[in-house]
Design a protein around this ligand. Structure first.
Ligand SMILES: N[C@@H](CCC(=O)N[C@@H](CS)C(=O)NCC(=O)O)C(=O)O
Length: 204
């Protein structure tokens, strides 16, 4: 059986969402990264980066949350979460890399340096860099969603999961001005209404 390490309040949530969407049986190991559980010698053997999430599929081990979501979608979600054409597969990769490099890094810095860290650990310049930088990718996302319900092939896919979780993590989208982007808000409401997403907080 698949084994997923990482609790809901972490980037593991996109992997949990993918598994729940597809109804794939898995064991959920609620590794608490905040309590240092991703830094134990035992955990570092499965992810030398010391981060959650990690997926174990038999002897196969995978880290990086978007890669895990895509692996699960490709293996168990052909024709549903994983697209049928090579072009749409390319778009799934495009959106994951874009979300990670152009948006998530700034969203996480804002979360840490404006909200989560104790005042003495905060670096206000990183929170400012985030609020200065995010309007550009948010505009790209908003424009890409014009007249569309979903990011790839006009059906819900792992691309929506990977990108939406950047904004849904800790409801951060409510803090970074996303309300100015109506297509993003409509899309977030659409994907967050899915039963699999609604179920996730109960998993912890
Ligand atoms: N790019 C990685 C980032 C993973 C990451 O930084 N995870 C955080 C939780 S969201 C973590 O494990 N932090 C605890 C630590 O680094 O000690 C991914 O998407 O999987």
């Amino acid at each position: 059986m698949l084994k997923l390490y990482g609790q809901f309040m972490s980037r593991a949530q996109r992997c949990l969402w993918t598994l729940e969407e597809l109804g794939v049986p898995y064991e959920h190991v609620k590794t608490n990264q905040g309590a240092g559980e991703s830094r134990t010698p035992e955990f570092l053997k499965i992810n030398p980066n010391g981060h959650v999430p990690v997926l174990q599929d038999g002897d196969f081990v995978l880290w990086e949350s978007m890669a895990i979501a895509q692996y699960v979608a490709k293996k168990y979600g052909q024709g549903s979460l994983w697209p049928a054409s090579v072009e749409d597969e390319g778009r799934v990769f495009q959106w994951a890399l874009w979300a990670s490099l152009e948006m998530e890094i700034y969203v996480v810095n804002y979360l840490r340096h404006a909200m989560l860290y104790p005042p003495e650990k905060r670096r206000p310049e990183l929170a400012k860099e985030a609020t200065d930088t995010l309007p550009a990718p948010l505009r790209v996302l908003n424009d890409s969603l014009a007249g569309k319900d979903y990011l790839v092939g006009n059906r819900f896919s792992v691309a929506d999961i990977n990108v939406a979780t950047v904004l849904l993590l800790a409801d951060i989208y409510k803090q970074i001005g996303v309300d100015q982007y109506p297509n993003i808000i409509a899309w977030l409401n659409r994907v967050a209404a899915r039963p699999a997403w609604q179920k996730l907080p109960t998993l912890k």
